[in-house]
Design a protein around this ligand. Structure first.
Ligand code: SAH
Length: 382
């Protein structure tokens, strides 16, 4: 797939690549460190702003058409619950959505905030701050090719992959906009926005490395969610630096799963669950299984019993997500009682099960709602 990111963006380059760049300009290796600091920690917007570099070198880089490559925030939509949906634009005019979710909901409710252990207020949290940790939901592709029948992003199709710099750039743009910095501020990252990260695997993995090594977010605070690209689940298990793994299960048998997620024809539940069971977990780590509940389709207690069988003996937890509705989606959201009944079956069988709180449903920021929706009632904040 075409990668239309700007050729000369510094965002996305790692230490070795920046070292090669400054060397080719006849500069000392310590300049690479200054570039890393400026791009990933200070998050400057232009090369002119890199005050640690001599003016001459800045001019030379600009002449050679290098740029930082920080994406532009096109719009912000603010939810009543504090969630902010950002429309982020890249150099070629394509855009994705990135979601800011301040504050957790008790730590284990499954909206991604549980990726870090809660240990008290962040030292950086000032007296006026209403949150002491936040989760950023990142997109990995413009649109998505997977075609899950309940997901709004699927309606876009896939336009292109994001480069590593564009993936990291979303995080940098939001951190800058919110005026926060990890690791002082407790930031969790979830690769659960638009797109299928495992269909853009190389760029995703490089982005994770940059986020850990240069931006300063611990890998234990990151979770990647896949619709079930089985070979890449194996690959992820071999990575030295990797987020935690979440798998979008969504149905407990092949008939139902193929109907809801056509990719199940290629990688069925047997191959998916085998990969999940073989996944090398770290100390105290668990695999998360996400399960979107669709009224009258996959939300019966007998379906929950099937899930229990699938997960038997695994170090796993389940995040239940009541469908977030949207135009063009033909399913409906189950009643609260049905969600609770489903959850109870899992809990009684000894499986940790949480109901994910819908964040920012009013602004189309919740799971499965990311479709670059600009025509909504909530006024964008300029
Ligand atoms: N492609 C990846 C990550 C993006 S989807 C994946 O499939 O895992 C993130 C989560 O949102 C997935 O678990 C998905 O099943 C869920 N989701 C998709 N559409 C939804 C909807 N309309 N309501 C609730 N959750 C949805």
């Amino acid at each position: 797939m075409a990668d239309n990111s700007p050729q000369n963006a510094l965002l996305g380059l790692d230490r070795a690549e920046l070292a090669a760049l400054v060397e080719s300009e006849g500069e000392g290796a310590y300049r690479a460190h200054q570039l890393l600091e400026a791009v990933y920690r200070e998050r400057v917007e232009s090369i002119e702003q890199i005050s640690t570099l001599p003016q001459q070198l800045r001019l030379k880089l600009v002449e050679k058409r290098f740029s930082i490559g920080l994406p532009r925030i096109e719009k912000r939509f603010v939810s009543q619950d504090g969630t902010v949906r950002y429309l982020i634009e890249f150099a070629d005019g394509q855009s994705v959505e990135t979601v800011w979710m301040p504050e957790g909901d008790g730590g284990e409710e499954g909206d991604g905030t549980q990726t870090g252990d809660f240990t008290g207020p962040s030292p950086a949290a000032g007296p006026n701050r209403k949150w002491d940790r936040a989760t950023i939901c990142i997109s990995s592709q413009v649109g998505c090719a997977v075609d899950c029948q309940f997901c709004l992003t699927a309606l876009l199709g896939v336009k292109r992959n994001l480069s590593a710099g564009e993936i990291v750039g979303q995080v940098c743009a939001l951190l800058k906009d919110q005026g926060v910095s990890p690791p002082e501020d407790r930031i969790n990252l979830v690769f659960m926005g638009m797109g299928e990260p495992f269909l853009n695997y190389e760029n995703f993995v490089k982005a994770v490395r940059l986020l850990v090594e240069e931006v300063g977010v611990a890998e234990s605070r990151m979770t990647v969610s896949t619709a079930g690209i089985v070979p890449r689940i194996h690959d992820l298990g071999q990575e030295a630096i990797r987020p935690k793994l979440a798998i979008s299960l969504n149905a407990p048998n092949d008939t139902l799963r193929t109907q809801l997620m056509p990719l199940n024809r290629k990688w069925n539940l047997h191959s998916l669950m085998t990969a999940a069971r073989e996944f090398p977990l770290r100390n105290r780590e668990r695999i998360t299984f996400e399960y979107v509940l669709l009224s009258g389709v996959n939300d019966a207690t007998c379906n929950a019993e099937e899930v229990v069988e699938l997960l038997r003996g695994m170090r796993a937890k389940v995040n239940l997500i009541a469908l977030n509705p949207g135009p063009g989606i033909s399913f409906s959201t189950p009643e609260r009682e049905r969600v609770e009944a489903f959850q109870q079956v899992l809990i009684k069988a000894g499986i940790a099960a949480f109901v994910r709180r819908p964040r920012g449903r009013d602004i189309y920021a919740a799971c499965g709602q990311l479709k670059r929706t600009v025509e909504i009632a909530t006024a964008p904040v300029p």
